[in-house]
Design a protein around this ligand. Structure first.
Ligand code: 3PG
Length: 402
């Protein structure tokens, strides 16, 4: 796979597909978290320092193929200027094209000078983007001589700007963020330093079962928290009261437990729980330990202190740690302690390579204020999940082909 570093960028139109799908306020005017923009700065900086005529393109939200001011990339222009001023110590010209194809985009890209930036409007304002329409891909390609994909977060989508375009440009390469993501995640899965421990959480077994199946071939220990733990506990015969259980996944859970046993993987489930009498921030709570039946009308919404201790032992001994998904309903303060404690335990192990993916675990780590002690925080939600599932990502494969 080519890297942006392998290419001669000077005075060329370089089209960089970025993932600026950032969270905005409800009216779509303010950026609430600019991590994805900041993580792309090394690539942007590299291209500008090598005197590229830089075209940036992204989707934002799911506008369903129609222009919609709520999903405009316009609010990103100012933030990008500010970040670039700060990063490069000089004012960078950042222009905005109100359409990603057509006359305006073509003209603005033609007028672009080396060292300047043109941000295109939301790619998904055209249904052809998600349909991976070859004609649309060709129009995007016509804006540039070189295509770079830095949008790891969108690499699981075979869309015109992530896959189709590579068929119409002379050169395609990976950007620096894309490379960084693939290096960390790839190395963890292919040649992890052992012990390799994965922490998987979240509400549903059905969302994570493929990740679990894939990781069972690789890890020494799998720590399961969050709502999905209760389907596994039920599969082991425990009465879990009113806890969330996917009854139709009990057999799947049993198979995963059997596979873990045959592979010699330590499959750890919560041994105590924070129970609530209702799913609400002001619920009554109690700690429940043991393998007996949960009190009938209560539900588990977080892992308990003994589980934190058990999981922390594994995390502390690990040399590679992957974490995806919260340990409880951490958006409610009463059920955040487990997730926060796990974030702290992961951060405290400075001997290990620690990799965190998925929106919820990333925000947990930020909330706990320990993100600077994590080796790699992925910008991919769905993409990092599919990577952990062992799937090939179309946006990455398209670069490999060339
Ligand atoms: C993401 O936020 O996971 C990516 O930007 C992809 O967005 P999508 O799920 O709308 O394709």
């Amino acid at each position: 796979k080519l890297s942006i570093r392998d290419l001669e960028l000077q005075h060329k139109h370089v089209f960089v597909r970025v993932d600026f799908n950032v969270p905005l306020t409800d009216d779509g005017t303010e950026i609430t978290d600019d991590t994805r923009i900041r993580e792309t700065l090394p690539t942007i900086k590299y291209a500008l320092q090598h005197k590229a005529k830089l075209i940036l393109a992204s989707h934002l939200g799911r506008p369903k193929g129609k222009p919609n001011p709520k999903y405009s990339l316009r609010p990103i222009v100012d933030r990008l200027r500010t970040l670039l001023d700060h990063e490069l110590g000089e004012k960078i010209n950042v222009a905005f094209s109100p359409d990603c194809i057509g006359e305006i985009a073509t003209e603005m890209s033609r007028q672009l000078e080396s060292g300047q930036v043109l941000l295109l409007e939301n790619l998904r304002f055209h249904p052809e983007e998600e349909a991976n329409d070859p004609n649309f891909a060709k129009q995007l390609a016509s804006l540039c001589e070189i295509y770079v994909n830095d949008a790891f977060g969108s690499a699981h989508r075979a869309h015109a700007s992530t896959e189709g375009i590579t068929h119409f440009v002379q050169q395609s390469a990976a950007g620096l963020l894309m490379e960084k993501e693939l290096n960390y995640m790839g190395k963890a899965l292919e040649a992890p330093e052992k012990p390799f421990v994965a922490i998987i959480g979240g509400a549903k077994v059905s969302d994570k079962i493929q990740v679990i199946e894939n990781l069972l071939n690789k890890v020494d220990a799998l720590l399961i928290g969050g709502g999905m733990a209760y389907t596994f506990l039920m599969a082991q015969g425990q009465d879990t009261g009113k806890s969330l259980v996917e009854v139709d996944k009990i057999d799947t859970a049993k198979e995963a437990l059997a596979k873990a046993e045959s592979k010699g993987v330590r499959f750890l489930l919560p041994v105590d729980h924070v129970l609530a009498d209702k799913f609400a921030p002001d619920a009554k709570t109690q700690i429940f330990a043991g393998t007996g039946a949960f009190p009938a009308e209560w539900m588990a919404l977080d892992i308990g202190p003994k589980t934190v201790e058990l999981f922390t032992q594994e995390i502390t001994a690990a040399r590679t740690i992957i974490w995806n998904g919260p340990m409880g309903v951490f958006e409610m303060a009463a059920f955040a302690a487990g997730t926060t404690a796990i974030a702290e335990a992961v951060a405290a192990n400075t001997q290990a390579i620690s990799i965190i993916g998925g929106g919820d675990s990333v925000s947990a780590v930020k909330k706990a204020g320990v993100s600077d002690r994590i080796t790699h925080i992925s910008t991919g939600g769905g993409a990092s999940l599919e990577f952990l599932e062992g799937k090939k990502l179309p946006g990455v494969e398209a670069l490999t082909e060339k």
